[in-house]
Ligand binder design. Structure first.
Ligand code: DHB
Length: 391
C-alpha cells in the first residue's frame, strides 16, 4: 500500500517536473524562421543569405539575453504561394519569434499579411521594391531599394557624356522601380530615354531586346535584373558586340553581382554601376567580414545579399538584447526601429518612421585587383533614404 503510494507520488513528481521543464525549454528558445530561395533561379540569394546568417551566429554566439537562438531555414523556391504556406507553418506550428529572408519581392509581399495578423516582425533581407515596407507595419528592411540606387545613376550618367539611353529591366516590382526612378532623374538632368524595355523574370532571353537596343543606338543601355541574372546579360551584351557599337552598359549593382562578377571575364571591365555594397568596400569592418565569410564558405565571395542577411541578423540580435529576451513581436519591432550601426557596407540606419534602411550609395567601376574582377568604389552619396517614400 505504502509502496504503491510512493511509486504513484514519484510518478506524479516526475510528470510535474517534466512539464514545466519542457515549457521552460521552449521559453528559453528564440526562433528565427528564415525563408529563402535555396533552389531554382534565385538560389544564389538563398545560399548567400544563409551563409551570412550562419556566420553572424558563429561570430556572436547563439545565446542572447538568456535565450538560445535557433535558425529554421526553409526553401520557398522564390514562389509566393510556397512562401505564404511556409510563413504560416513557421508562425503557427513552430511559433517563431521573427520571420526573415525573402529573396524576391513577390515572396516578401506574400508573407506580409501573416506578419500583420500574428504581430510577428518580418525582416526583409533581400527583396528591394520600394513599396514592400508599406505592406505591413511589422516589416523592417535591411537590403536596399531600387529607387535608392537608380536615382544615383540618373545623376551620374548625364554628367559623364551619356545623353541618351534605352532601359532594360526585369518585368516586376524592382524592375519597374528601377526604370521609373532612373528615367525620371535622367530626364530631369536633360537626358533622353529612347525606349523602355521589359523582359520576363522567368528564363529571360535577352537577344531580341538587345537587337532593339542596337537599332536605337543610345549612348548607353541601363539595366536592372535580379541577382543571379547579371552574367547572362553581360554575356549577351558582349556577344552581340554592343560595346564595340559604342553602346555603354550602365546598371544597378545587381548586374555586376559579386557572386558572379569574377566569372564574367574582362569584357566587364569598366562597367559603371550604382549600389550599396561591394565586396571591395575599403573599410576595416568589410575586410574582416569578407575574410571571415570566405573562410567559412570555401572561398565564396559575399555579395549584397549576404550583407542584407548579416545585417538582418544584427538587427534581430540587438532587438532581442534590448528587450532582454522578454519582448513579444511589438517590443521587438520597436527595438528594431532606429538602430544605427556600422555594416560591412558602411554606416546604416533603420529609419524609425519607414522601417526602411538609410545607407550610402556608391558609384563603382569594374576593375581588376590582384587578378580578380571587383566593383571598385569611386564616389559616394551619403545616407540616402528611399526616394520612393519621399512623397
Ligand atoms: C529583388 C531581387 C533581387 O535578386 C535583386 O537583386 C533585387 C531585387 C526583388 O525581387 O525585390
Amino acid at each position: 500500500m505504502q509502496r504503491r503510494h510512493l511509486i504513484h507520488a514519484v510518478g506524479l513528481t516526475a510528470v510535474a517536473l517534466a512539464l514545466p521543464l519542457a515549457a521552460q525549454a521552449q521559453d528559453n528558445v528564440f526562433k528565427i524562421g528564415l525563408i529563402l530561395p535555396m533552389t531554382g533561379q534565385q538560389a544564389s540569394t538563398g545560399r548567400q543569405i544563409e551563409a551570412a546568417a550562419k556566420l553572424y551566429m558563429a561570430q556572436n554566439g547563439d545565446t542572447v539575453a538568456g535565450k538560445k537562438v535557433v535558425l529554421i531555414v526553409k526553401d520557398d523556391t522564390a514562389t509566393p504561394d510556397v512562401t505564404k504556406r511556409l510563413a504560416q507553418e513557421l508562425i503557427v506550428n513552430d511559433k517563431v519569434n521573427v520571420i526573415a529572408g525573402f529573396g524576391v519581392t513577390p515572396a516578401a509581399l506574400a508573407a506580409a499579411p501573416l506578419a500583420t495578423q500574428s504581430k510577428t516582425p518580418q525582416v526583409v533581407m533581400a527583396a528591394a521594391t520600394s513599396s514592400i515596407t508599406e505592406a505591413s507595419p511589422y516589416i523592417v528592411r535591411t537590403s536596399f531599394t531600387l529607387p535608392q540606387v537608380s536615382v544615383a545613376m540618373g545623376d551620374w550618367a548625364p554628367k559623364n557624356g551619356i545623353k541618351s539611353v534605352v532601359t532594360l529591366v526585369s518585368d516586376y516590382g524592382p524592375g519597374n522601380d528601377a526604370e521609373k526612378y532612373f528615367s525620371e532623374r535622367f530626364q530631369l538632368n536633360g537626358g533622353k530615354v529612347l525606349d523602355k524595355l521589359r523582359v520576363p523574370l522567368r528564363n529571360p532571353d535577352f537577344a531580341p531586346f538587345l537587337q532593339k537596343v542596337r537599332d536605337a543606338k543610345p549612348d548607353a543601355l541601363f539595366v536592372f535584373v535580379p541577382s543571379g541574372a547579371g552574367s547572362a546579360v553581360m554575356k549577351q551584351f558582349l556577344e552581340r558586340g554592343m560595346d564595340k557599337a559604342g553602346i555603354k552598359l550602365i546598371a544597378t549593382g545587381d548586374v555586376t553581382d559579386d557572386d558572379q562578377l569574377n566569372d564574367m571575364g574582362d569584357g566587364a571591365l569598366g562597367v559603371v554601376t550604382t549600389h550599396h555594397y561591394s565586396a571591395a568596400h575599403p573599410s576595416a569592418a568589410n575586410k574582416k567580414f569578407v575574410e571571415a565569410f570566405q573562410k567559412a564558405n570555401k572561398g565564396m565571395r559575399p555579395n549584397f545579399m549576404a550583407v542584407g542577411g548579416y545585417d538582418g541578423m544584427r538587427v534581430i540580435y540587438e532587438a532581442l538584447k534590448q528587450t532582454k529576451g522578454q519582448g513579444g513581436g511589438d517590443a521587438l519591432l520597436a527595438a528594431m526601429k532606429g538602430q544605427v550601426f556600422e555594416s560591412p557596407r558602411g554606416e546604416v540606419l533603420i529609419d524609425a518612421q519607414t522601417r526602411d534602411i538609410v545607407q550610402d550609395v556608391y558609384l563603382r567601376k569594374v576593375e581588376k585587383k590582384d587578378g580578380q574582377l571587383y566593383n571598385v568604389e569611386f564616389d559616394v552619396l551619403k545616407a540616402v533614404k528611399d526616394p520612393g517614400k519621399a512623397k
